[in-house]
Write a protein of this length. Sequence first.
Length: 265
Amino acid sequence: MAPAADLGRVLCIITGASRGFGRAAVKELARLVRPGSVLVLVARSGEDLLTLQAELTQSEPGRTGLKVEVVVADVGQTEGLENIIRTSKKASNEDLDHVILINNAASLGDVSRYTKSFTEMSEVDSYLSLNVSSALCLTARVLQAFPQRPGRRRTVVNVTSLCALQPFCSWVLYCTGKAAREMMFRVLAEEEPDLRVLNYSPGPLDTNMQVEARSKTADPHMKKTFSDMFSGGQLLTCEASCSKLMKILLEDTFTSGTHIDVFDV
Ligand SMILES: NC(=O)c1ccc[n+]([C@@H]2O[C@H](COP(=O)([O-])OP(=O)(O)OC[C@H]3O[C@@H](n4cnc5c(N)ncnc54)[C@H](OP(=O)(O)O)[C@@H]3O)[C@@H](O)[C@H]2O)c1
């Protein structure tokens, strides 16, 4: 089947929109939604979000009816989630036919230590709260705020990683969080057959997270692998990976709940 030309008249909420993959995804989405669509950009860095909002407002989609809302929020806090829902409800209207949530915000956690050093539950809880609990609770809130109804599609994307499937030495928080988060979305896909759920693994990206990976990773072999990928020009651009994600969303033929890696597209 030929892919759709666009994603429809969309309400799209995207977390971690201030930089990296999230920012690139916002720009790709802006080109692929119909006039009247609403993009809700979420992150803690308000200035970066406002710059992106201004850029989009002046772009062709902005001039022809794309609405861009900014929510400066920590998704690890309940008030942050409340703000996202409040803004999204206020900005949405009856004409929207596709609700998309992209759970992209994440942190790497402390990769400078090995598993046996994590003795403090509060440290682990705080990591999992931001990287697992917040994605579950935001998704649940969005599904309740925008329930299934005739003529409305709903898509939830979880930005996942190879680390959801494979153990990486000295990356216990990140691997645990990504694995838990991915299973959560697989359960959701089983429970909600009307929903389209995608676990998208964007590949090694040239972002701040990779800078952290190659400078802080404790495991020497892993650290060298990250440095070699960078110096060997093997990191992907966010734009290249995003365009693969958009291709998957436009084709809309994936099995709900599945894990799709950028290198398989
Ligand atoms: N980079 C890679 O090689 C790679 C590989 C596989 C998967 N991924 C995944 O791809 C996604 C994007 O990664 P990236 O490389 O673009 O990371 P990044 O450059 O570090 O960007 C992370 C984004 O998340 C936001 N964020 C972090 N903590 C937040 C919080 N508490 N509340 C709200 N927003 C928060 C950041 O915004 P603020 O700081 O402004 O809040 C930023 O916009 C992540 O899920 C990551 O795990 C990345």
